[in-house]
Write a protein that binds this ligand. Structure first.
Ligand code: PBG
Length: 326
C-alpha cells in the first residue's frame, strides 16, 4: 500500500506539499471607466464591480495598491451619443482612456497599466471592427486598432491588449509601436472564444452587438487546435504576452499553450460570467465564495497561467494581506 495521507495531516504539512500558490502581483484587475466627476455606478450583473469616473478611480485604487495589486486593465464606457459607425472615440487624441492612463501614471507610477484595444465599446453597432454591410471587415479595421494602441502608448500605457480578434492586429500594432519607438508591450488576446460567459461584461461596458453575434471573428469553442494556432501566429507577429479567454472552461487550452510555448508569459482571463456565477451562488448560500474563488484561481494557475485577469483580484489581495501579516 502506498500511503498518501501523511501529506495531508495538518495545514502546515499541506502547505509544505502545495505546488501551486497565488500572490496579488499575479493578478490584473479590470476597471470600467466613465466620463464625468464623482460617480461610482454599480453593475447589476457583477456585484462588487463598479464603473468609475477618473477621480473616483484614483480614490478606489488606494486600497488595492496597498494590498499588493499592481496591475490593472482599463476599459472605456462611453455614452451612446458619443458612439459612431467607426468607433472614433476609441482612438481620438485625448480619449477617455488616454486621460485615465495619464491620471493613473501621475498618482500611481508603480501601477502597470494594460488597456483593452477594441472598437466594440465605441461603435454604434457594438461590433469590434468596421462594418461592410452586416459583415465585420478585417483589414480596414487594422489601422484604427493601431491608432488606438498608439494613443494609449503615447499616454504611457505599459501594455496594449488587442481583443477584437481581427487577423493581423498584433502585427499592425507592433509596426506602429516600433516605428515610433514606443516601449509599450503587447498582450495579445490570442485564443479568445465566442463565449456566453461574457454576458455580464456587455452589461458593464454597454457593448453588446446591436445585431448578430461575434462568432464570425471570435473563436468557435468546438475547435481543438485552432487556439494554439492563434497563439503561435500572435507570437510570430510580435506579441510579448499571450492570453486564453475565458479561463475555467478552457484549462485544456491553457495547459497546452503553457507546454507548447513555455517561454512566453501566459495570461488567463477569468471573465465576467465566471465571476457572476460564483457571486450569485454565494449570495444564494449555495457555496462558500472565498473557498470557491480560491480553488478556481488556483486551478487556472495550476494549468499553466502566469497571470490572471480577475474581478476577484481586490478581494483576494485584501484577504492575502491579512493572512500574511499574521
Ligand atoms: C471586447 C472584450 C470583451 C471582454 C473583454 N474585452 C467582450 C467581448 O469580446 O464580447 C469580456 C470580458 C469579460 O467577460 O469579463 N472589448
Amino acid at each position: 500500500m502506498k500511503r498518501f495521507r501523511p501529506y495531508r495531516t495538518s495545514e502546515t504539512v499541506r502547505n509544505r506539499y502545495a505546488d501551486v500558490t497565488l500572490s496579488p502581483d499575479e493578478f490584473i484587475y479590470p476597471y470600467f471607466i466613465i466620463e464625468g466627476n464623482n460617480r461610482k455606478e454599480e453593475i447589476r450583473s457583477m456585484p462588487g464591480v463598479y464603473r468609475f469616473t477618473i477621480d473616483r478611480l484614483l480614490q478606489d485604487l488606494v486600497l488595492p495598491v496597498k494590498h499588493g495589486v499592481n496591475k490593472i486593465l482599463l476599459f472605456g464606457v462611453v455614452d451612446e451619443e458619443v458612439k459612431d459607425e467607426r468607433g472614433t472615440a476609441a482612438y481620438s487624441p485625448g480619449s477617455l482612456i488616454v486621460r485615465t492612463i495619464r491620471a493613473v501614471k501621475k498618482e500611481f507610477p508603480e501601477i502597470v497599466i494594460f488597456t483593452d484595444v477594441c472598437l466594440c465599446e465605441y461603435t454604434s453597432h457594438g461590433h469590434c471592427g468596421l462594418l461592410q454591410g452586416n459583415e465585420v471587415e478585417n483589414d480596414t479595421t487594422l489601422p484604427l486598432l493601431a491608432e488606438m494602441a498608439r494613443q494609449h502608448a503615447l499616454a504611457g500605457a505599459d501594455f496594449v491588449a488587442p481583443s477584437s480578434m481581427m487577423d493581423g492586429q498584433v502585427e499592425a500594432i507592433r509596426t506602429v509601436l516600433q516605428k515610433e519607438e514606443l516601449p509599450t508591450r503587447i498582450l495579445a488576446y490570442s485564443a479568445k472564444y465566442a463565449s456566453s460567459f461574457y454576458g455580464p461584461f456587455r452589461d458593464a461596458a454597454q457593448s453588446a452587438p446591436v445585431f448578430g453575434d461575434r462568432k464570425s471573428y471570435q473563436m468557435d469553442y468546438r475547435t481543438r487546435d485552432q487556439g494554439l494556432g492563434e497563439i503561435e501566429a500572435d507570437i510570430e507577429e510580435g506579441a510579448d504576452w499571450v492570453m486564453v479567454k475565458p479561463a475555467l472552461a478552457y484549462l485544456d487550452i491553457l495547459q497546452r499553450a503553457h507546454t507548447r510555448f513555455p517561454e512566453i508569459p501566459l495570461v488567463a482571463y477569468q471573465v465576467s460570467g465566471e465571476y457572476a456565477m460564483l457571486k450569485a451562488a454565494a449570495q444564494l448560500g449555495y457555496l462558500d465564495e472565498q473557498n470557491t474563488f480560491y480553488e478556481s484561481l488556483t486551478a487556472i494557475k495550476r494549468s499553466g497561467a502566469n497571470y490572471i485577469i480577475t474581478y476577484y483580484a481586490k478581494e483576494f489581495a485584501a484577504q492575502w494581506k491579512e493572512n500574511n501579516q499574521k
